[in-house]
Ligand binder design. Sequence first.
Ligand code: ATP
Length: 594
Amino acid sequence: MTKKPAKIKVPLYSATDRDNLRWLWNRYLKQRSPWLLLVLVMILVQGVVYQQFLSITESGLRVIFDNGTARELGMVCLAVFFLFAVRGAMGYLVPRITVWVSNSAIFEMRRDLIEHMMDLDLAYFERTKPGEIIQRLVTQTQQLGHFIGLSTANALRDAVTVVIVSSYLIYKNPVLFTAAVLVLPFIIWVMNFVSTRVKQVQGEAEHALGDYMSGIEETVSGMRTVKISNQEKVEAARLEKGTGRIRDLATRVQLTQALVMPSIDLSSAFVYVLVIGGGGYMVLSPNFDMDGAGIITFLLGMVLVFDPARLLAQYLGILQAHVVLLDRVRSLFHEKPSITDAPGAVTTFDTGGDIALDQVRFSYSPEQPLFDGLSMTFKGAKVSAIVGATGSGKTTILSLLSRLYDVQGGQITIGGTAIDKVKLHALRGAFSVVAQDIVIFNNSIWENIRYVNPEATDADIWQAAENAEIADLIRARGDAPVGPKGAQLSGGQKQRIAIARAFLVDAPILLLDEATSALDQGTEARIKSALTRLTQGRTTIVVAHRLSSIADADSIYVLEAGALVEQGKHDDLLKKNGYYAQLYLAQKQSYAAS
Ligand SMILES: Nc1ncnc2c1ncn2[C@@H]1O[C@H](COP(=O)(O)OP(=O)(O)OP(=O)(O)O)[C@@H](O)[C@H]1O
């Protein structure tokens, strides 16, 4: 169940807001300023068209009231048509240009966000919810695009209309305009009150919809557990409760929305009564210079200014929300990667040399120290194994070698070169990894293997698949996709894909982290010879729980709570009768028992 987001109160246009808006302008909009200027000119033209329309209408009405000619009336009609044709053309071009400008700005923003995100440390992704990142890259940028594009162009057009038409009305009849304007804030208040109510209920409805969708996602993806534990009824009741909430809120939204039209009608009535009554009085009274044409035109002017004024008030209302949105999106750029290329980092180093950890200190959090001065050397072109109880730090050592995390003290060298003096791309390119968390895409097995080396020939891929004992499965399944996250494959089949990938990547250092743990002993034995071939000539580091699988390693390192407690060959370690021997015997007995 997701928590209701807390209401955030930020002062409008704080220093941060101004800085964010400046950033948005400088980075994504400034280079498009000629287009924006064109849009501004067209918006001004739209405003002037309304003023001209009012002025021509007034002349037209006088032609009618003062017995003018049909030709004069025809000219007025033509002028009105021309004016609206111009406004129509602008009305087509302005959204076209603004949508294009804002979409390309948002495309660039998303591209920058994606590139920035790719550079961030693994640690960032381990502490940030995927939903937050998705929101920034998908919905928040989308909303921002709409805001800097159409919403702002429309608001500008509305502002220009209000200013130009109001100025014209003030010029025509300042007294009547002032009286009408006194009512305007009240109308806007009524409108905003209704739209705020609608927004509130809408917000609750969206929240309920979000909960309902998360509920469906949880139930569907956990269907195996739901069925095994006979929870279908409970889950159905939970989802039905969700749909009930949505029904209630949707009804409330529609009932509140039903208030909009009557309140518009009622508030417009105030203005119309005021203009017709007040203006009519002015026409009848000899003290004012006002005629019928003037009063009708004035009324028309009020109608023209009314909607833009309301929309402008609404726009100002949502402005703050979008400034907050901008801050959220930009916050991803405030995250800085700490694992980067050092100045002067090299791209070539002796990838076949020894890998040495020298007095390495590392912990994921200060409260839980893991390595405090760990030293060990993995011989180049040999097979080394790391064993130890769960949580002793085996996988972490592999992560440190490829700089998924940086050591906090001491150093790691490969072939004598400190790994933080090697460009990240070159360093990581030296490793081929078969890890516990295998990423499988919803594609064919063939494509899943090819993923690690798109340039590989078909023959290479078949060879890798044969080596990893997965070729028969490829033949049987053909091009069929393997389901989201490889849901249609067994754990062992996924591991074989990972092993096939390792065969396909021709990297000098091989890291096998529980690479065969999900394989049955028969399959493990069958691919063992292939794995042995794979390790030849490569520096290989194997992490395994099943000690029998690493018995023939050139060197075995035994870890206990982040410290190296024993090191040697399998037979020597057994003879020593220490921690390794204990682990080995315990495993042997449990296998015998099972
Ligand atoms: N990303 C992480 N963030 C915080 N702590 C972590 C992270 N990864 C591992 N740890 C912690 O660090 C310690 C060592 O973990 P590591 O995965 O290296 O152990 P391991 O020996 O490989 O264990 P296993 O045999 O269970 O795979 C554990 O206590 C674990 O909880």
